[in-house]
Design a protein around this ligand. Structure first.
Ligand code: ADP
Ligand code: MG
Length: 255
């Protein structure tokens, strides 16, 4: 579904991402893990078109996302979405939940807009993320961090995307709430056949969520592999060190 080849990004001569190649299969969750500053968000932001690559290519469903002139070729409306870490700052406080959740619809064809703006559809969407219809006319400040992230997820799935970038989606949440959101994401993936690029600095979250993992260190991919294989026998020193950091989600059960 997504193929990144030899991707590099420099900011004023400083290398943030160096010669990264990864590929993400349809229906899978690919985890990018690494400490703060290792280049994870830069890769996500280039993929969604927020940052221009310095060199390299990204193909989404066989089509180049960045052309040779450095222009982003947007995938069909709503097919690719992103959820950020901090629902506090990613939800505009001046708008109602209904406004926020339906905002991505403006990019869709008129007929689809009509269908999805219907009360029936919105009620169903809210329930799907564990919220309810009464929440539609309220404002972001009335909700907890976990609820706000549910709202951000509703906004991402309203367009029926095929691919979602999740950039530290639970890192700002309490551990018990983290587990609920991770399980919601798993459930939605199953129901909607979603493909995820899952970005996190937390090894236990990554292990719980991902089919395949790429380990980033200072902008480079130091190791890559199937999740359980990588956890059972990490090859690189850096990966071993990462694994020895405290597992925080060891008690999470699916449900
Ligand atoms: P991560 O998400 O893994 O924490 P980032 O991708 O945000 O890492 O950052 C990678 C490196 O690039 C860091 O050194 C960061 O300071 C730098 N960086 C990220 N965004 C910018 C920017 N807009 N301008 C300058 N430097 C940046
Ligand atoms: Mg980041």
């Amino acid at each position: 579904m997504l193929t990144i080849k030899n991707l590099s990004k420099q900011f004023d001569g400083v290398i943030a991402v160096e010669n990264i190649s990864i590929s993400i299969k349809r229906g899978q969750t690919y985890g990018l893990v690494g400490e703060s500053g290792s280049g994870k968000s830069t890769i996500g932001n280039i993929t969604i078109g927020l940052l221009e690559p310095t060199s390299g290519t990204i193909k989404f469903k066989e089509k180049e996302l960045w052309n040779k002139k450095g222009k982003f070729i947007r995938p069909p409306a709503g097919m690719m979405q992103i959820v950020f870490q901090d629902p506090q700052s990613s939800l505009d406080v001046r708008f109602t939940i209904k406004d926020i959740v339906t905002e991505p619809l403006r990019a869709l064809p008129k007929q689809m807009q009509k269908e999805k703006f219907s009360n029936e559809y919105l009620v169903q969407l809210m329930r799907r993320v564990g919220m309810n219809e009464d929440h539609l006319n309220r404002y972001p400040h009335e909700f907890s961090g976990g609820q706000r992230q549910r709202i951000a997820i509703a906004r991402a799935i309203i367009t029926d995307p095929e691919f979602i970038i999740l950039d530290e989606p639970t890192s700002a949440l309490d551990v018990s709430v983290q587990a609920q959101i991770l399980n919601l994401l798993k459930q939605l993936q199953k129901e909607m056949k979603l493909t995820y690029l899952f970005i996190s600095h937390d090894m236990s979250v990554i292990r719980y969520m991902c089919d395949e993992i790429g380990v980033l260190y200072r902008g480079r991919l130091v190791e890559e592999g199937e999740t359980e294989k990588l956890f059972l026998s990490p090859q690189e020193e850096y990966t071993k060190r990462l694994f020895s950091s405290l597992p925080r989600l060891s008690t999470v059960k699916e449900g």
